[in-house]
Design a protein around this ligand. Structure first.
Ligand SMILES: Cc1cc2nc3c(=O)[nH]c(=O)nc-3n(C[C@H](O)[C@H](O)[C@H](O)COP(=O)(O)OP(=O)(O)OC[C@H]3O[C@@H](n4cnc5c(N)ncnc54)[C@H](O)[C@@H]3O)c2cc1C
Length: 408
């Protein structure tokens, strides 16, 4: 187990500087254009693929870094560049992690390369869990997967919503109900291969922020996938369902809580994205406050402005510390006894929303225009308190973990 450290080693610093260079030279200059276009920035993803940032190898390297700092450091730098474009670059990782976590070696080897494509022909992947009536309440998911034993195929029916890269993905990972009696424990994940008949894109959403990232409904109408597309395989699923049925007999509520806990480990990554956006807005505000003059002196000369910047930086550093701690715990298999993953996501996402709003205030009228990036950063920051579990759900998870009570 690696000791917790707040100091990046030389290799990590090199990676951080390389990512920062890409974020500053490639992502940041393209941010306003793709925000306006509200389209997936394929050329930027391709650039990222060419230099090795858009690849499974890169994420696996950061993911398995025993210090736990690899992923948060990478996310912070890319999202410092721009949240919408960065999500287009890392969104495939959500689906890839779904396969890495639940898939067999064969499934990992077959599907993950198809999620990324290659630098000459980049592809993206989508992870489809949320539904119109199942957002925070994952257990009320309705998309059904029924096994057709004669053909060894699974038949998927339902509507997924809010899927990042939904409909434009080469590979979709779809979570569906295989046993409706078991709530979220009766769910399983499926690969939907490229070109599967019955999968189509529904509405594409016009969003408030992260507009360079494609978000859409995914409709499944009798979409048939081979038995080999069930992640982890049928035998493992049958064993898991049998165990869940036993546990459900003893207490249904505990089944639901356990499902919530499984998201804990991925939350520090989202927290780090929020830290990146917050830091970007803070830096713009600091620079502006030292150069903009009113009443014959820089506006930072006023405590009202200087103290805001002091608070902004303090919150960002606190958010990063919570994030690094949670990420180190997740990588080293430490149990989140106080929902530390949720704590990091809650604090960092709320910090990003607040700090980006403060940045607009410090820039005055300029902050409110698209001539400066902070209004975009503020629109982008709002997503962090919503996806991967809203702030209210994080508080629920923390409170339940601390108290052991089924708080509603
Ligand atoms: C841009 C974007 C990208 C996304 N990408 C993906 C993706 O790739 N894949 C995917 O599967 N999903 C994705 N999501 C879905 C996202 O995870 C959900 O939007 C989120 O989980 C919230 O669900 P909901 O929108 O249905 O809100 P609801 O669950 O309806 O919540 C509405 C409000 O009620 C509050 N609330 C609900 N229950 C409680 C409670 N028990 N206690 C207190 N307050 C409560 C919530 O906090 C929130 O404020 C994405 C969403 C967006 C907006």
């Amino acid at each position: 187990m690696a000791e917790f450290t707040m100091e990046l080693n030389d290799e990590q610093k090199e990676v951080r500087d390389w990512l920062h260079g890409f974020a500053a030279d490639v992502i940041r200059p393209a941010a306003a254009e793709w925000d306006e276009r509200e389209e997936t920035p394929w050329p930027v993803i391709q650039e990222a693929a060419k230099v090795g940032i858009y690849s499974l190898d890169f994420y696996a390297q950061q993911y398995f870094d025993p210090t736990g700092l690899g992923i948060p450091m990478a996310m912070e730098e890319l999202f410092w560049g721009d949240a919408g474009i960065a999500l287009s670059i890392v969104g495939t990782g959500l689906a890839a992690v779904g396969v890495l976590a639940n898939g067999t070696e064969e499934q990992i080897g077959t599907w993950i390369p198809q999620m990324y494509g290659d630098a000459n022909d980049v592809k993206v992947a989508a992870f489809c869990s949320s539904e119109p009536d199942a957002g925070s309440d994952v257990a009320s998911m309705r998309t059904r997967a029924v096994y057709d034993e004669a053909k060894d195929e699974w038949v998927l029916n339902g509507t997924k919503t809010w899927a990042t890269n939904g409909g434009i993905a080469n590979v979709h990972v779809v979570v569906a109900v295989v046993d409706p009696e078991l709530g979220s424990k009766g769910h399983a994940s499926f690969i939907v291969p490229p070109g599967t008949p019955g999968l189509s894109q529904g509405q594409k959403f016009k969003k408030h922020g992260i507009r360079a990232s494609h978000t859409a409904e995914v409709v499944l109408e009798d979409a048939r996938v081979p038995g080999s597309c069930l992640l982890g395989g049928k035998e493992k699923l049958d064993e898991r369902l049998a165990r869940a049925r036993e546990r459900a007999k003893k207490g249904g509520e505990r089944v639901k809580n356990a499902a919530m806990a499984t998201f804990e480990a991925s939350r520090p990554a989202v927290a780090a994205m929020a830290v990146g956006t917050a830091r970007a807005a803070y830096e713009v505000a600091l620079e502006y406050a030292t150069t903009r003059e009113q009443f014959g002196r820089p506006i930072i000369d006023n405590q009202g402005v200087a103290f805001q910047l002091a608070d902004m930086r303090t919150s960002i550093d606190a958010a990063r510390l919570l994030t690094w701690r949670a990420s180190w715990m997740a990588v080293n298999g430490k149990q989140f006894t106080a929902a530390e993953g949720s704590m990091s996501k809650l604090f960092a996402s709320e910090t990003a929303k607040k700090v980006t709003a403060q940045a607009i205030q410090i820039l005055g009228g300029n902050g409110y225009t698209r001539e400066y990036p902070v209004e975009r950063m503020h629109r982008d920051a709002a997503i962090y308190t919503i996806f991967e579990g809203t702030s209210e759900i994080q508080r629920l998870v923390i409170a339940r973990t601390l108290s052991g009570m089924p708080i509603r």
